[in-house]
Design a protein around this ligand. Structure first.
Ligand code: CTP
Ligand code: CA
Length: 224
């Protein structure tokens, strides 16, 4: 079945996508975050919906419009993202973890605004604790879901992606080289798709085209 020239090959499938950064409160006006426009994750959510999937997008704060035909759940912190993703994961066929999750969060976020230059130096040191790893938590709990992660690397891109593939029990890792000018905030990207059966070198393409290639490969892992 084709609608407006798009193959509805994901009709009847449920797809979960995490996207954007997370923000971790320091106090009511300050936070810790990651560099992420959300464009890659939103492109995957949009592409999956156009191909007929029922899509849940769990997104940290971005400047993007919610993709059409997608159920978008807005979250802020990594822990909120995990809770929302966990719920959708249980009944999804493909889960794509494209979010740039903050690895750490302030241990004791203040309920009042901290003051710079305070005698007790309350803003000069922020104690951090590690956030849950959403991909790893759900990858290691998967039953029949196809699990796709991302890896943003500046060095040894493919080797680091292979380590993440096995540690996080993913079926595929979309590896990005973030050392150069591509990746963050751009409309196109250069990636490698790393899975147990090998590495696919994808040329520089629009994020919308990369989204379709990622979904093509992921769909092959769905147990028939
Ligand atoms: N990820 C996640 N939850 C986290 C950290 C990462 O779900 N707390 C996911 C990302 O969405 C991505 C993958 O794990 O799909 C890899 O993220 P990345 O930041 O490249 O790797 P990390 O495992 O966090 O390791 P590091 O940042 O130290 O390289
Ligand atoms: Ca990280």
């Amino acid at each position: 079945l084709r609608v407006l020239g798009v193959e509805r090959d994901l009709q009847g499938k449920r797809v979960l996508v995490t996207a954007g950064p997370t923000v971790e409160a320091i106090d009511p006006v300050r936070y810790l975050t990651n560099r992420s426009s959300g464009k890659m994750g939103y492109a995957i959510a949009q592409a999956a919906a156009l191909r007929g999937a029922e899509v849940t997008l769990v997104s940290g704060p971005t400047a993007l419009d919610a993709p059409r035909g997608v159920r978008t759940v807005a979250v802020e912190s990594a822990r909120e993202m995990l809770a929302a993703a966990e719920e959708a994961f249980a009944r999804c066929d493909i889960a794509v973890f494209a979010a740039a999750v903050s690895d750490m969060r302030p241990k004791n976020p203040a309920s009042r605004k901290l003051k710079k230059g305070a005698a007790d130096a309350e803003l000069s040191t922020i104690e951090l604790v590690e956030n849950p790893d959403i991909l790893s938590t759900l990858g290691n709990a998967k039953t029949s879901q196809v699990v796709v992660g991302f890896a943003a690397e500046t060095d040894d891109v493919i080797e680091n992606a292979q380590v993440k593939l096995s540690k996080k029990n993913a079926d595929m890792i979309v590896a990005n080289d973030v050392g150069g000018s591509l990746g963050f905030g751009t409309d196109d990207n250069k990636v490698w798709l790393v899975s147990a059966d090998g590495v696919l070198d994808v040329p520089r393409l629009a994020k919308s085209e990369i989204a379709d290639i990622v979904l093509d490969r992921a769909a092959r892992f769905i147990e028939k």
